[in-house]
Design a binder for this molecule. Structure first.
Ligand code: AMP
Length: 191
């Protein structure tokens, strides 16, 4: 199968990161997670990391020009052209999504935007149990609120472009993964 180019959407705690890693292995496409890139920059103590650390701890979004800049650089690498891409955590708002259209066009555009759907109560509980360093109750609430306000509108944005695929995110990791692969294969089969 030729290179697949996908965006994964889903509330924090929907299992997006885990599924992105597995899909990336399954399709041989690089997994690009802006959250992972920012966490790496924080760990390395780079200038970007120092700016991002405080913002991430609050559960706020890193400014668009910074985020779009790192994604633009990453998408320009050869592996994306030859092996495709699994975008996880980007885009997070309509500005980023509009920018992504321009960045994805030269590499063939997106095949699908897959929304892993998990109800709010369920993700809240999952995130509390996950207990990552930046998962304070305040940060969790802030991220979920930002998701509803900034990221949810992308569902309509991509529905309008006929790219949206919704997959039920409840069940075991394997069940959700199988649903994702079935959905992506169907879309790829049509393209
Ligand atoms: P994540 O691992 O995707 O939950 O991202 C962790 C944190 O990194 C977020 O809470 C944001 O502070 C920041 N971040 C990740 N992706 C983006 C993005 N596309 N735009 C702005 N900030 C982001």
């Amino acid at each position: 199968m030729s290179a697949v180019r996908l965006v994964l959407l889903g509330r924090q705690g929907a299992g997006k990161g885990t599924q992105a890693t597995r899909l990336s292995e399954h399709y041989g496409a690089p997994h690009i997670s802006t959250g992972d890139m920012f966490r790496a920059a924080v760990a390395d103590g780079t200038e970007l990391g120092q700016r991002a650390a405080e913002i991430m701890d609050r559960g706020d979004l890193v400014p668009d020009e910074i985020t779009i800049g790192i994604v633009r650089e990453r998408l320009a690498k050869d592996d994306v052209r030859s092996q495709g891409v699994l975008l996880d955590g980007f885009p997070r708002n309509v500005t980023q999504a509009a920018e992504l259209e321009g960045l994805a066009a030269p590499i063939g555009g997106l095949h699908a935007v897959v929304n892993i759907d998990v109800p709010l109560d369920e993700v809240r509980e999952r995130m509390r149990q996950r207990g990552r360093g930046d998962d304070t109750d305040e940060a969790i609430d802030r991220r979920l609120e930002l998701y509803e306000r900034e990221t949810e509108p992308l569902i309509e944005f991509y529905r309008g472009r006929d790219l949206l695929v919704t997959v039920d995110g409840l069940g075991t990791m394997d069940e959700v993964f199988d649903r994702l692969v079935a959905a992506v294969d169907e879309v790829k089969g049509r393209s």
